[in-house]
Design a protein around this ligand. Structure first.
Ligand code: PRP
Ligand code: MN
Ligand code: MG
Length: 193
């Protein structure tokens, strides 16, 4: 492949559609958190903490927080990226933890895509054990994966087909994250690899 638009079979969500949807999500979050985000957390920090999961969600999170009109802190986690074959194992390892305290704070986890749901299921379990005031998920995409773990998402950008999708943060072998749109990768790019 050329790692560019030629490798894309079909564009699912173009730049404008993503922009519009992320703006709506940000407005909704602003409304929902308006009251609880006003009071301060510990040490004068914002009460609202937006956590994203490296690396795929970094682009979505960057755009989303700019549509949330409230004081907030940004933090990042990195988890072990398992290969396709290990995806169903449910074994997720924390490579980098958030540096902020979350006890008593309102945590919003920003993810790019919910596929098997195992990444989020595990993260929510870990973060919940630290006693946040609340915890919710904003995912840009939720795949129609019939074997998806049961994960409650307060904010879902788009439902999408169970295809190999890339762009706007989503990768194949670390390529395509910088495409400004989300599209289906041509099967010949990943078949036989
Ligand atoms: C991808 C994606 C989600 C996760 C979703 O991350 O960004 O974090 O998989 O899959 P799941 O619902 O089946 O757990 P990946 O592990 O590929 O790492 P990356 O974000 O660095 O691409
Ligand atoms: Mn990811
Ligand atoms: Mg990936």
């Amino acid at each position: 492949g050329c790692y560019c638009e030629e490798d894309i079979e079909k564009i699912l969500f173009d730049r404008e559609a993503i922009e519009r949807r992320v703006r709506e999500m940000g407005r909704q979050i602003t409304e929902d958190y308006r009251e609880c985000a006003q009071c301060q957390g510990g040490e004068g920090k914002p009460r609202l903490l937006v956590v994203s999961v490296l690396r795929g969600a970094a682009i979505f999170m960057g755009d989303l927080v700019r549509e949330i009109n409230l004081p907030l802190e940004m933090d990042y986690m990195a988890v072990s990226s398992y290969g396709a074959s290990a995806k169903s194992s449910g074994v997720v390892r924390i490579l980098k933890d958030i540096s902020s305290q979350i006890e008593g704070r309102h945590v919003l986890v920003a993810e790019d895509v919910l596929d098997s749901g195992l990444t989020l299921k595990y993260l929510l379990h870990v973060l919940e054990s630290r006693n946040p005031a609340s915890i919710q998920v904003a995912t840009l995409l939720r795949k129609a994966n019939p074997r998806q773990a049961d994960v409650e998402c307060a904010y879902v950008g788009f439902e999408c087909p169970d295809d190999f999708i890339v762009g706007y943060g989503l990768d194949y072998a670390e390529h395509y994250r910088n495409l400004p749109y989300i599209g289906i990768l041509k099967p010949e790019i990943y078949q036989g690899k």
